[in-house]
Design a protein around this ligand. Structure first.
Ligand code: UTP
Length: 284
């Protein structure tokens, strides 16, 4: 199935990363030398996505600027003949009209953020990518689209039992397969009430009927409009699949996940691996 639009919800406050995120969007935090949101857009483009829809909020204009020209910088680099550096400053420019932005006026939850983009989606399935969930290899959404037929699909991974209350948790039929049928979904359950330790991570392919559910604006856990609740309410009416991710995932909305991502990505790079390895050996 051809999925050509992706929504990037970037309207959250990023409170777990204060004070860094007081005036800077969490999604602009760099992993080595690229902001998280760029990894997310690259992953989408790599999956054939053609339209990139950002749900932003006050204080997030750095994201819009990142995907636009910076004439002063570009002219300066051109004049100095720094062509490779210039190319890296221009690599995210796409054909005009590829990027669209809508504002979420209050951080009322992920479900609310997605609903804010409803007018930009016609009768078609669409992808959702959370930039702070960084998945190594940047091919997860591509694999999900390849496996998508209809209904809703979420990316899932196993988490420690003690961590289930931080995630949306699913119950599946056949947990030994990569693609599983989901028959229950609950947002941030207590350890006792969790139906499994399979957690939803930030990649989704959704049927546009989800907007009819989100329209009702029902509040769930943390008094937010939860995407998990909306998807859950469609189980039984629409097929619902879980795609087990195959690569390492970093929760870059947390300090530890962010640090681990930086070290892992730096070690995967030829220009940094050797010096960083030497230094790590020395300090550990
Ligand atoms: P998070 O819950 O991880 O982000 O939402 P947050 O609320 O910004 O961070 P903390 O928990 O306070 O530290 C996952 C994604 O959903 C977006 C966030 O920007 C993030 O990319 N989001 C969340 C919205 O766009 N709007 C919201 O109302 C909530």
């Amino acid at each position: 199935m051809h999925v050509k639009k992706a929504i990037f919800p970037v309207g959250g406050l990023g409170t777990r990363f204060l004070p860094a995120t007081k005036s800077m969007p969490k999604e602009m935090l760099p992993i080595v030398d690229k902001p998280l949101i760029q990894y997310a857009v690259e992953e989408a483009a790599n999956a054939g996505i053609e339209q990139f829809i950002f749900v932003t909020s006050r204080g997030k204009s750095a994201i819009e600027n990142h995907f636009d020209h910076s004439f002063e910088l570009e002219n300066n680099l051109l004049a100095k003949g720094k062509r490779t550096t210039l190319a890296s400053a221009q690599e995210m420019l796409k054909i005009p009209g590829s990027y669209a932005y809508v504002r979420q006026q209050e951080p009322a939850g992920l479900g609310h953020a997605i609903w804010c983009a409803r007018h930009l989606i016609q009768n078609e399935p669409f992808a959702v990518i959370l930039a702070d969930d960084l998945i190594f290899g940047q091919s997860t959404i591509k694999k999900m689209i390849k496996n998508y037929t209809s209904g809703n699909m979420v990316a899932i991974m196993e988490v420690d039992k003690e961590k289930v209350s931080s995630y949306g948790i699913v119950k599946v039929d056949n947990s030994d397969k990569d693609l599983m049928q989901i028959n229950q979904m609950v947002e941030k359950p207590s350890i006792e009430n969790a139906p499994s330790n399979l957690a939803i991570v930030g990649r989704y392919i959704l049927d546009d009927k989800i907007f009819d559910v989100l329209e009702k604006q029902e509040r769930g856990a943390s008094h937010e409009i939860q995407l998990t609740d909306a998807i859950s309410s469609q189980i039984g009416k629409k097929p619902c699949f879980g795609y087990k991710i195959q690569d390492e995932r970093f929760d870059c909305g947390s300090k530890l996940g962010f640090l681990q991502a930086n070290v892992s990505y730096a070690l995967s790079r030829n220009d940094l691996n050797s010096d960083l390895t030497d230094w790590l050996k020395k300090i550990i």
